[in-house]
Design a protein around this ligand. Structure first.
Ligand code: 9MR
Length: 356
């Protein structure tokens, strides 16, 4: 009896050690992984992320949806989609009071067909605004009414179809002062709280986010969000999360304070997510740069997994074929985990490692 117990304990310990070895070797061991592997099918990034209670997503854009091989990977590898442009103001309210949700709807329908969730992007932003809005002066009362109507019409339209909204996008400058947008200049900083409240009225359940770039590190810009989020929470303004875009570039160094930064937002009772991830480099992409990029993708995935309220990661599209980088940063590119021929790069395998 006694020896049997010892033997079964030893056996358990051996089994545990074997499992640890398999995990260390990057071999998945959970029941879903075992079932997948029995059927000769590799788990997807989404499968792997789900085991941690996270999603793994990609942005996409309407013009790309004619590319069938692209669409196949988009539909199979990810469990979350963000429309890159289709839900922005210029697309959804091209004339004042005339709404057009066809582009966003196309992406929501595609996501639904693949059981993917959708992040709504974005309601209030200084960029990609329709001409009718930017080409004239507004009194505060007029602009408030325009903003409220835009937010509430769009949020109502996508109620139950998106799980989160980037309500206000890119509200701060690098030094942590408010960006002087049409909304700030006309309405003052209170436009952010108003936007959140109006969005909440239109959908009581959707997660409401503020979203920005260059807030991965602890510094003046992320401090501004931390301060604002704390104030909004104290005032009872509905805010659920902070989106860190994470448009990184090898030449600027890895944001080593990312994990601590995610954690300090968690401590305010907020979700966080990495919402627009890409890691660009100067071209040509060498083996060395691609290896460094892979390390960074691994590190940022691990940072999110290490912080309980970091709910998921979204690539700003998944392939270099449709990246925004070359058009905006001439001479730079190769920023995503799949190359222009839709072949997975080292970065893809590094993300898998991190998720295993
Ligand atoms: O990916 C978007 C690209 O197709 C647009 O041309 C560009 C216009 O500014 O916006 C891109 O997406 C941006 C996102 O909406 C907000 N954060 C920065 C992204 C890259 O510019």
């Amino acid at each position: 009896m006694h020896t049997t117990t010892i033997r079964s304990r030893t056996r358990l310990r051996l089994a545990g050690a074997l499992a640890a070895l398999l995990v260390a070797a990057g071999v998945a061991t959970g029941p879903a992984a075992q079932a997948d592997e029995r059927h000769g099918k590799e788990p997807t990034l989404a499968d792997l992320a789900q085991r941690h209670g996270r999603y793994f997503g990609s942005a996409t854009d309407n013009p790309e949806l004619v590319d069938e091989p692209y669409k196949a990977l988009l539909g199979s590898e990810f469990d979350q989609i963000t429309p890159g442009n289709g839900m922005k103001w210029y697309a959804t309210e091209p004339q004042q009071g005339v709404f057009d949700f066809s582009k966003g709807d196309e992406i929501v329908d595609l996501a639904r067909a693949h059981h993917q969730k959708v992040r709504g992007h974005t309601l209030v932003w200084h960029s990609q605004l329709p001409g009718w809005l930017t080409s004239r002066e507004w009194t505060p009362a007029e602009l408030r009414a325009v903003l409220k109507k835009h937010i509430q019409t769009e949020v109502r339209h996508y109620r139950g179809k998106v799980f989160a909204w980037d309500v206000v996008n890119e509200a701060f400058n690098e030094d942590g002062t408010y960006r002087e947008t049409i909304f700030y200049k006309t309405l003052g900083p209170g436009y952010i709280a108003d936007a959140l409240r109006w969005a909440r009225q239109a959908d009581p359940r959707v997660k409401l986010y503020l979203n920005d770039y260059n807030i991965e590190v602890i510094g003046p810009k992320s401090d501004a969000y931390h301060r604002l989020a704390k104030e909004l929470k104290a005032q009872g303004v509905p805010l659920d999360g902070i989106g860190l875009q994470a448009h990184l570039a090898l030449q600027y160094g890895y944001p080593t304070t990312l994990e601590d930064n995610l954690r300090r937002f968690s401590r305010l009772g907020l979700d966080t997510s990495l919402t627009e991830v890409d890691i660009r480099m100067y071209l040509p992409a060498t083996e060395e740069k691609l290896a460094q990029q892979a390390d960074w993708y691994r590190d940022l995935t691990e940072a999110c997994l290490a912080v309980r309220r970091c709910v998921g990661i979204t690539l700003w599209d998944y392939t270099d074929k449709y990246s925004w980088i070359p058009a905006f940063f001439p001479g730079e590119g190769a920023a995503l985990p799949w190359d222009e021929e839709l072949r997975p790069k080292s970065a893809y395998f590094a993300i898998r490692d991190a998720l295993r």
